[in-house]
Design a protein around this ligand. Structure first.
Ligand SMILES: NC(=O)c1ccc[n+]([C@@H]2O[C@H](COP(=O)([O-])OP(=O)(O)OC[C@H]3O[C@@H](n4cnc5c(N)ncnc54)[C@H](OP(=O)(O)O)[C@@H]3O)[C@@H](O)[C@H]2O)c1
Length: 326
């Protein structure tokens, strides 16, 4: 367990529920049910994953069977980009609560800092001409609504996702309710050390998405130069020393670092091994040091479909020169 600044405890690993356009809602719901029965207590959901109704039925089934109590679960969900602004996060959360069949979520995230919609499953070249760059005031209007949902007890804490240090520097001083969690892409070839350290220094718990390097990600998120984390020789050699699949070393590294990985899998042998990997047989200090040398700056989820007219390229979403790109 890790502890949040709110005083709440959170499991050291969770199950992802984004099917990467490859796995359907029923398969994912079955995995959620099986994973809860195997001991998972953190489930990472989002309205845009298009499966919260099925996932909710799976959670309800596990609770009704006595496998777990609702208050033992930590359930994440996220407001999608087309539901930013005043009132819309409330509408989004109302649907999520109904779909997930719960009275509250444990963390409600702003999924992306841009109110830029694109159709689920669209290809990587599609752009929405109505897209706009980040604006502090606009984001804060959404955050105020998130704070209201928190005060109403509909979420136990708040989260942000896909943020950068410049955006956080602009937003955090204005927050009445500080985020407890920040989701960011994180795997050995993309360690985000500065953002990770910044979050920790602010008392915000990092959650690492695509922790295995998202080997089943959709075609729109693939580029020829992408590093395959599980094939990095140093990582493979550490995996051999622990007699495990390299995927499990990615998870051990995150937990050892103090981050919460949320690997996706619908395969019982994989998700059970992932849970075991995060909770037993940690990497040695020396192995952690070797892992820290594997960063290749390899961002996989570039977010290019959220770009606005006039933007130069996906780098503009990530404020690479240290200032918010407008
Ligand atoms: N906040 C955000 O914007 C955001 C963005 C992306 C993802 N996420 C969250 O992060 C979760 C995970 O991300 P992800 O699915 O992109 O990447 P991931 O967890 O790194 O990769 C998942 C894939 O890894 C393989 N895998 C899992 N366990 C394995 C094991 N023990 N051994 C070998 N292979 C294994 C599976 O491949 P096969 O399918 O080939 O078996 C699985 O489909 C998502 O489900 C979602 O909840 C959040």
């Amino acid at each position: 367990m890790f502890h949040l600044h709110t005083g709440e405890a959170i499991p050291t690993i969770g199950l992802g529920t984004f099917g990467s356009d490859k796995y359907g809602p029923n398969e994912i719901a079955e995995a959620v049910y099986g994973a809860i029965r195997s001991g998972y207590r953190l489930i990472d959901c989002a309205s845009v994953y298009g499966n919260e109704d099925k996932v909710g039925a799976a959670i309800e089934r596990a609770v009704k069977e006595g496998a777990v109590r609702r208050d033992e679960l930590f359930i994440n969900s996220k407001v999608w980009n087309d539901m930013h602004g005043r009132d819309d996060p409330m509408l989004s959360l109302a649907k999520t609560l109904k779909d997930l069949r719960v009275d509250y979520v444990d963390c409600f995230f702003v999924h992306w800092p841009f109110p830029n919609y694109h159709a689920p499953g669209c290809d990587g070249d599609s752009r929405n001409p109505d897209s706009v760059p980040f604006r502090t005031e606009r984001f804060l209007a959404t955050w105020r609504e998130m704070e209201r949902l928190y005060r109403l007890g509909l979420t136990r804490c708040l989260g942000m996702s896909n943020m950068t240090i410049p955006k956080l520097e602009a937003i955090l001083p204005c927050c009445e309710v500080k985020p407890a969690l920040i989701e960011m892409e994180m795997h050995p070839s993309f360690q985000q050390k500065e953002l990770f350290d910044y979050c920790v220094a602010c008392g915000i718990q990092p959650v690492g998405y695509s922790p295995i390097g998202s080997p089943s990600r959709p075609a729109r998120d693939r580029a020829p130069e992408d590093v395959v984390d599980c094939e990095m020789p140093e990582l493979v050699s550490i995996a051999k020393a622990h007699n495990v699949h390299p995927a499990l070393v990615c998870l051990k590294w995150q937990v050892g670092r103090g981050s919460i990985p949320i690997p996706f899998s619908v395969k019982p042998e994989q998700y059970e091994a992932n849970l075991r990997a995060a909770t037993t047989d940690p990497l040695t200090e020396d192995e952690m040091r070797v892992m820290s040398t594997l960063d290749r700056g390899c961002r996989l989820i570039k977010g290019q479909v959220f770009l606005w007219p006039g933007a130069n390229g996906w780098e503009d979403l990530w404020d690479l020169d240290g200032e918010i790109t407008l």
